[in-house]
Design a protein. Structure first.
Length: 326
């Protein structure tokens, strides 16, 4: 069975207005800031696929190790009684990792519906097609829209136990404050007994972390610079990419891995009718990829009202999927 729910056909225009106002507001700030959530246009999606395939970028391989090789432990952790439930994935993408869990649950005869949530209807259609072909017995309800609106939609569709997947260290792309309010909201949108499984990238040798984001081939640099190309194309701006340089840092004391773009000269950039001035060496704060200590994960769960029920690490112990219950 396959159902696609799209609550709002005007969603694209609305997103466009947000993009323009977010970009202008961020570039008028001191220090200047752009949101990494806008990295993912078509080119950005392709560059992120390349990043995930880079030998230095260990995150995807580690979480894949968990989903591929510890599937039974995962299932036992999130649904120990094997009762009927809804498996909701936030930002499902191509569901490459979760497909191992879906397959396992089907083979075990578990009664469940998979509900991928994504802002992109296109991603959901591609995912639907892929899962239909690979797992024809899978029940899918695709939910297109913002996470919390779609969680409410999911709750209105069924009252079964919910297990929410938020994988890939996507939580690391939020500031700690944003992560706290995100987890708190998650807790508020769920019912007693529901479970969340969140993928956290753990603090480790700082060289390993920095190398994953400072690749020699320059793919991460292109990923960052592509946002300027997107602003040029979609908002009528005139960034010259030659005049901006990617700079990556990792602070092992706080676990913050950050990327910046550095202006290589004094320059004025037009964005539609607005003009933004840059001085030489001025930064744009582009992305945080937070790395977590076990203590920080515990604190985050407790602050948001969850009870920790277990965790599974990859064989290198570089990445953890943590399960919390409401
Ligand atoms: C999607 N997100 C978890 C990636 C990360 O590791 O922060 C995005 C990324 N940025 C640079 N490389 C990968």
């Amino acid at each position: 069975m396959n159902v696609q729910v799209n609550p709002d056909s005007k969603i694209e225009n609305y997103q466009m207005d947000n993009f323009r106002s977010d970009v202008l507001e961020g570039l008028k700030r001191i220090p200047k800031k752009l949101s990494s959530k806008y990295f993912y246009d078509k080119t950005g999606d392709g560059l992120f696929q390349k990043i995930m395939a880079m030998p230095e970028y260990y995150l995807t391989k580690c979480e894949l190790d968990i989903f591929k090789n510890k599937t039974a432990d995962l299932a036992q952790l999130i649904i120990p009684e094997n009762e009927p439930f809804d498996l909701i994935e936030l930002g499902a993408g191509d569901a490459m990792k979760s497909t191992f869990l879906l397959k396992y649950l089907i083979e075990k005869g578990t009664d469940f519906t998979y509900m991928p949530i994504d802002i992109s209807g296109n991603i959901l259609s591609v995912l639907n097609e892929k899962l239909n072909a690979e797992l024809p017995a899978l029940k899918i309800i695709s939910l297109e829209g913002e996470y919390f609106e779609m969680l409410q939609k999911a709750a209105s569709l069924s009252s079964r136990k919910k297990v929410i997947l938020f994988l890939g260290s996507n939580i690391g792309n939020m500031s700690l404050k944003e992560a706290e309010s995100f987890c708190f909201n998650l807790n508020q949108n769920l019912a007693s007994g529901d479970v969340v499984l969140i993928g956290f990238d753990l603090q480790k040798n700082p060289h390993t972390i920095l190398n994953a984001y400072n690749d020699k081939a320059g793919i991460t640099a292109a990923f960052n610079l592509n946002l300027l190309t997107r602003i040029n194309r979609e908002l009528g701006a005139d960034f010259n990419l030659e005049q901006f340089q990617h700079y990556q840092t990792y602070d092992p004391l706080t676990g913050a891995c950050r990327s910046f773009l550095v202006s290589l000269k004094d320059q004025n950039i037009n964005i539609g009718n607005d003009t933004i001035s840059f001085s030489e060496n001025e930064l744009i704060d582009m992305e945080i990829s937070q790395k977590f200590s076990p203590e920080k994960i515990k604190e985050l769960g407790e602050k948001s009202g969850f009870r920790m029920i277990g965790e599974i690490k990859d064989s290198k112990k570089w990445f953890v999927d943590t399960a919390w219950q409401v």
